[in-house]
Design a protein around this ligand. Structure first.
Ligand code: AMP
Ligand code: MG
Length: 296
């Protein structure tokens, strides 16, 4: 499939999986409510989980949201790229997209095939990750087909970032990081100043953790006990498990590899997957966030 063909399907109200630099998205044209309903139905996603509107150019944002000064500075620095900004919405934004809220999440993705698709379409798309709700996000075209056989996929190769976008909420008095991503907090704060604490920073109580981005196989942190039976290992060096995926030590490479690694482990017929804790340092915030949710 070419970007022109993808744009054609979207224009006719069909769903297409598109590559972004973060993960593959399940795209529907953002003005077609029937197509947006199908996105929720196919994913099994609760209607109150809002969708991100993916734009072909920063200039499109003014048609969808009310843009504070900080919006322009962040867009200038990080778009196209793995940053989503939440701003007050304009009236034309369907409440299906926002989960009935007064705000809308906007992003210009960086993947060249998706930018080409958006420019050919001339309208934004909503594009949550192309997986069933709660499951691991797809970072390769074959992952999308494993989730949704027969879905049209624009194959853009492996996603270079591999983790969902950072989300900054610009609707309040102080900008807030709602979801950490590859762009580190320190890098974002160069533009925003101090970011308010998000729920991701709140003290973590086991029962309160949201299980998300998760394999189907029981997945937990390494606690030093070797399990009985067939077990898997996601770590930096070998541990003698039945099936092991050894991870790179650089945080960018780790992030790009993580979801494919979880899928390989999930497919290996294991009783449990153990995860070695990466460094507890600020650059690892997004990876640690996804691993906490996968092991919740
Ligand atoms: P994804 O699941 O990667 O498509 O990301 C969608 C996520 O973006 C949602 O689950 C929310 O966390 C966030 N989001 C989207 N729209 C809004 C909004 N209007 N207000 C707050 N968060 C939003
Ligand atoms: Mg998702």
């Amino acid at each position: 499939m070419t970007p022109a063909q993808a744009a054609d399907l979207l224009r006719r109200g069909q769903l297409v999986a598109i590559p972004t630099e973060t993960v593959y998205g399940l795209a529907a044209e953002a003005t077609r409510e029937e197509a947006i309903r199908q996105v929720f139905a196919l994913k099994g996603r609760p209607a109150d989980h809002p969708l991100i509107v993916h734009l072909g150019d920063t200039a499109w944002a003014a048609h969808w949201g009310v843009l504070p000064p900080l919006f322009g500075r962040l867009a200038e620095r990080f778009w196209p790229g793995p940053l989503t900004m939440v701003v007050p919405r304009l009236a034309r934004v369907s409440p299906l997209i926002t989960g009935g809220q007064d705000s809308v999440a906007l992003r210009v993705p960086r993947h060249p095939l998706t930018l080409e698709t958006l420019l050919a379409l001339g309208e934004p798309v909503v594009a949550p990750s192309a997986n069933r709700f709660g499951h691991t996000s797809p970072t390769r075209a074959e992952h999308v087909l494993a989730e949704f056989p027969g879905l049209p996929v624009l194959d853009g190769g492996p996603c270079p970032v591999g983790l969902e976008s950072s989300i900054i909420d610009l609707t309040g008095p102080q900008p807030r990081l709602l979801r950490p991503g590859q762009l580190s907090r320190a890098l974002l704060e160069e533009v925003t100043g101090p970011l308010a604490l998000s729920s991701a920073d709140a003290p973590r109580v086991p029962g309160a953790l949201e299980r998300h981005y998760a394999p189907r196989t029981l997945t937990r942190w390494d606690d030093g006990q070797i399990p009985t039976g067939r077990w898997g290992w996601l770590g930096f060096s070998g541990r003698g498990a039945t099936f092991e995926v050894l991870m790179p030590s650089s945080v960018e490479d780790y992030g790009a590899r993580l979801y494919a690694a979880l899928r390989e482990l999930d497919a290996a017929g294991l009783e449990v997957i153990l995860v070695e804790r990466p460094p507890q340092s600020p650059e690892w915030e997004a990876v640690l966030d996804r691993l906490r949710r996968a092991t919740a």
